[in-house]
Design a protein around this ligand. Structure first.
Ligand SMILES: Cc1cc2nc3c(=O)[nH]c(=O)nc-3n(C[C@H](O)[C@H](O)[C@H](O)COP(=O)(O)O)c2cc1C
Length: 366
């Protein structure tokens, strides 16, 4: 059975659609009734993900307009399944016929061929296209709105680094003063020009770049997360690794934690305005898989785009002969910038799922 397209426990999403099929979309089951939601609320998030809104992106010109097919009546969620779709409009599959027997190195062409016995829709990467992340953004738009309006939970993701160009700024503690550059998704103006130049250089060379996205979620109440297996870190990691091209995720001090001693790494407890907090946040807001009331902080590493126009070695899966491939078509020079809004949405989906599970969000919102 191929049954990996459902995520969540109380706020469940089903992802569907292929890059060159009719549409991309999601069905949400378990959304509370009474959430005021409009097409514009969802479109605002989708627009952040559109190629036109970050540099070094594919030339595929998709309008990415969402349609609400069910579950919303008179402007409010009804408690019934919500079906959201985006039609694929700018599809050009001609090139994919010519490379269907020569898998692209670094892409999922070979593994998908094996997994589905060659029946998979390989056009534009099919289910393994970056367009599949539309389903996360559709559901995330609703999750984000509920979290913000009900619990004032604010989520922000931004580019921390591109290749070896890295921001030294600490994660923000107040989002009201933060400006995220719309095209580079950076909040540190000092690295924007270098990033633009690096992307333009890679583009001219027919190569691609990777990057790191930092994410924060503010105002989470302590107590979210269901150990042993459904920890907050575990569920976040699961949805983050569903995003194509994600190679690593680290929370708080992450990989660096192994270089510190316990006395340096532990976050001392303090009382601030009557609340129990910690004076540092090496744990990234999570202990024992449960939110501790501090900001959730994590970083996600995105690899360089696999489809590049430089010649690479591959094999013909029918003739079993070695060959080479120079990939044409419309590809992102860097995926990381486009993944920023996707990660924000993924974060919202997990936090909302746990907030409903912990009864912090009720089944009817009045
Ligand atoms: C928003 C987004 C856009 C992407 N754009 C491209 C692209 O233009 N070309 C490409 O080869 N891969 C692109 N990818 C990455 C592939 O989908 C991904 O590398 C592939 O499915 C293999 O999965 P893996 O990298 O997780 O192993 C994109 C991913 C995301 C999240």
């Amino acid at each position: 059975m191929h049954d990996g397209n459902i995520f969540g426990n109380s706020f469940k999403i089903v992802s569907f659609g292929e890059s060159h099929g009719k549409c991309m979309g999601c069905v949400i089951d378990g959304c509370p009734a009474g959430v005021k939601i409009s097409k514009q609320d969802i479109q605002k998030e989708l627009d952040q993900r559109r190629p036109q809104n970050s540099i070094g992106s594919t030339k595929r010109a998709e309008p990415d307009q969402c349609e609400i097919l069910s579950g919303v009546f008179n402007g409010y969620t009804t408690g019934a399944p919500i079906c959201l779709i985006v039609w694929n409009k700018d599809v050009d599959s001609s090139y994919y016929e010519s490379i269907k027997d020569t898998p692209r190195p670094g892409h999922a062409d070979f593994t998908a061929f094996i997994k589905y016995g060659g029946f998979n829709d390989y056009r534009g990467g099919g289910r393994f296209s970056g367009r599949s992340t539309i389903s996360i953004v559709l559901a995330g738009a609703i999750a984000k709105k509920i979290l913000l309006t009900q619990l004032n939970i604010q989520i922000l993701s931004y580019i921390k680094s591109v290749a070896n160009i890295s921001s030294k700024l600490p994660p923000p503690t107040d989002l009201s003063t933060i400006h995220r550059d719309p095209l580079t998704k950076c909040i540190d103006p000092s690295i924007i020009e270098d990033i633009k130049n690096a992307i333009s250089d890679a583009q001219h060379q027919g190569d691609s770049l990777g990057g790191i996205i930092e994410s924060i979620a503010l105002n989470l109440p302590p107590g979210l997360g269901e150990p042993f297996f459904d920890t907050l870190e575990g569920d976040l990691s699961k949805i983050l690794f569903a995003i194509p091209a994600v190679k690593a995720v680290e929370f708080g001090s992450g990989f660096m934690s192994s270089t510190l001693t316990g006395s340096k790494h532990n976050d001392p407890f303090i009382i601030k305005k009557g609340k129990i907090l910690t004076s540092s946040n090496n744990s990234g807001g999570i202990n024992g898989g449960i939110s501790n009331g501090m900001p959730i902080i994590f970083r996600t590493t995105i690899k360089p785009t696999p489809s590049i126009s430089i010649s690479q070695k591959t094999v013909n899966i029918k003739t079993l002969q070695p060959t080479s491939i120079k990939i044409r078509g419309r590809h992102d020079t860097i995926i990381a910038l486009r993944a920023v809004p996707v990660i924000e949405s993924a974060t919202a989906i997990v936090i909302l799922d746990h907030a409903i599970r912990s009864h912090i969000i009720p089944p009817i919102i009045k």
